[in-house]
Every structure is written in C-alpha cells, then in structure tokens.
Design a protein around this ligand. Structure first.
Ligand code: FAD
Length: 292
C-alpha cells in the first residue's frame, strides 16, 4: 500500500532501520530487529540507503523482508548523489520486481571514504524525484529539516526547496532529528505558509548511549537543549542511566508532539528494537489512541 494512502486515513507510527556494514555485522541481525518491531504494529518501516550506493542490495533485501514478513509497508530510502540514471534504473527495476512502491527520495552526502564522483548527475533530491516520476509510479516522500538544512543560508530558502520537492511529487515528509519540539512546530507553521500541504512526520532519535550523544552533538543542525546536555554530563558513564534518559526524553517529545497534532511519529531505532519497545511500553495507551 502507498504510504500516502495510509496517511489519508490515519496518523502513522513508523520506524527506521539500516543495512549494517557487512564487515561489522550480518544482515540477519536486522531481520531479527524487524521481527521484533512487528509487535508494535508500525504502519511502515523505512530502510536507509548508503550514500555511496554500496550495499544497495541489502537495503532492498531488508525492505523486501518487511514486505513479506510484517503488516508494515516498507519505505526504501534512495540517495542519488553517487548514482547516474542507469544506477537509479537498476535499483528501481529491482524495486518494481519486488513490489516495493514507496521511496524516500534523497540526495545524500558523500561518505568520508568515498573516492567516486558525487553530484555528477543528480544535484538535488527534487531532480531524482523528477526523474523517477517520468517512468515510474512510486509513492514518493522526502526529507525536511526543522533547524534548516546545514547548507542553506536560511530556513526560508530551505523551504522554497522543500516546496519544490512537493511540486516534484513528494506526498509526505520525514524530518531530521531534533531535540527541541519548537523547531519542528516552527517548520510546520512556516511550511504551511509556503503552501506545503503534505503530512510532515517528526523524526525522533532517542539518545540512548554516549556514542549517539556525541554523534548528534557534533552534527550541525541538531541543537541539544541545555537540560538534556546537563543529564548527559552527569550520567555519561552510566550505560543504563543513559538509556533511561534517552528514552524518557523522547517519550516526552512524542507526547507533546501528539498533543500538538503531529501527523505521526517516526522513530530512528538505530536497529535496536528495545528502543521502540521501551517507548511503546511507556505510552502504549497514547499510541493506541492517537496512532491507530
Ligand atoms: P536536498 O533536498 O537535495 O537538499 C540538500 C540541500 O540543497 C539543502 O540545503 C536544500 O535547501 C538545497 N537544495 C535543494 N534543492 C535545491 C535547488 N533546486 N537549488 C538549490 N539548492 C537546493 N542520507 C543517506 O545517505 N542515506 C539515507 O538513507 C538517508 N536518510 C535520511 C532520512 C531522513 C528523514 C533525513 C532527514 C535525512 C536522511 N539522510 C540520508 C541524510 C540526507 O541525505 C542529507 O541530509 C543530505 O545532506 C540532504 O539530502 P536531501 O534529500 O534533503 O537533499
């Protein structure tokens, strides 16, 4: 089913997983994560795509697993920065073969170790969408940035480009992570003023360990609020406390977002089903009321 059709009927609960680096972990572990996520009845599960184009078979294998083994719809991320049209065609042919009909169209960023040419054929996600629309009938989604995309001089400029993504066929948007809901509310307000009417799903990534915390702190465009920073400084050496803090903070974000009529909740699970499970168990009554 097309995610746009689901969103016409209800607010959605969704999760993100990613294909592991084969040198570090086996794809079977992520099949296990998907099996475990099934019990929380997500509407869709998105699968990331490595921006170099590597392991694209794994992205499709995971999406296909979601399709065959769960009631959730798979959403295939597709980054175009490293691809030429033939590369896109190769992936979309496989998607059609496997009846994968939802695509999150992205530009991607060149990985640090990438030595190929980047942005040679497609320069922006909207160009990929325009290309896909010419010969396919995918349900397209796109990314949005509550604090503005790092390369953009202003949120306004970013929103003009976001509107282009809607004009090129984006039927829903998923946001970058954020830790102050005010950024998300501002994005939604400003987007609506610019004529962006499609559902905007907030992306929530619980900071459940020190590595993730450090990663987000070093990522431009995701402000860590003072109160969260204080907790991190105090409990950074306590693994279980960090997990509780990450979950509690996200639970509060989600409750407030739902109370403010967010179109759904998208959880970046980092391939850890326990993250989704903890959130679900703490607020399952709210989830059942708002997202079913
Ligand atoms: P674009 O929409 O192309 O925007 C990139 C920049 O260009 C922005 O500053 C935008 O304002 C500007 N821009 C857009 N169109 C134009 C135009 N026509 N003219 C001038 N400027 C323009 N990365 C991965 O590698 N794999 C993934 O699976 C992945 N999944 C993601 C999922 C979500 C929900 C999000 C929020 C991000 C994801 N990313 C992923 C990261 C993403 O690829 C990067 O943030 C990348 O820098 C931007 O991708 P985009 O699709 O938003 O690009």
């Amino acid at each position: 089913m097309r995610i746009s059709e689901i969103l016409k009927q209800k607010k959605t609960l969704s999760f993100e997983v990613f294909p592991p680096n084969p040198k570090i972990s086996k794809i079977d572990a992520v099949f296990g994560t998907i099996d475990a996520l099934r019990q929380y009845c997500p509407d869709f599960i998105s699968v990331t795509f490595k921006s170099s184009g590597d392991y694209s078979e794994d992205t499709l294998a995971l999406a296909s697993y979601v399709k065959r083994h769960t009631d959730a719809e798979p959403l295939v991320h597709l980054t175009c920065g490293a691809l030429d049209p033939a590369g896109v065609d190769r992936i979309t042919a496989l998607m059609e073969e496997q009846k994968l009909e939802n695509v999150l169209a992205l530009r991607g960023d060149p990985p640090a170790d990438f030595d190929g040419e980047y942005l040679k054929h497609f320069h922006h996600a909207s160009e990929l969408m325009e290309y896909l629309r010419r010969s396919h009938d995918f349900c397209l989604g796109a990314a949005c940035y509550p604090e503005g995309h790092i390369e953009c001089r202003s949120l306004y400029e970013d929103l003009i480009h976001l509107k282009t993504k809607q004009d090129m066929g984006a039927q829903f948007l998923i946001s970058q992570v954020f830790y102050d809901n005010n950024y998300f509310y501002r994005l939604v307000r400003a987007a609506r003023k610019c004529g962006i009417t499609v559902p905007i799903l907030p992306g929530i990534m619980p900071l459940v360990n020190t590595n993730l915390f450090n990663k987000i702190m070093n990522m431009a465009g995701a402000t860590i609020p003072f109160e969260l920073r204080v907790l991190f400084d105090r409990f950074r050496d306590n693994k279980e406390a960090m997990f509780e803090i990450g979950i509690s903070y996200s639970v509060n974000q989600i409750l407030e977002l739902l109370a403010n009529d967010a179109d759904g909740i998208h959880i970046y699970t980092m391939n850890n089903a326990r993250v989704a499970g903890e959130i679900y168990s703490r607020i399952h009554n709210v989830i059942e009321k708002e997202l079913r």
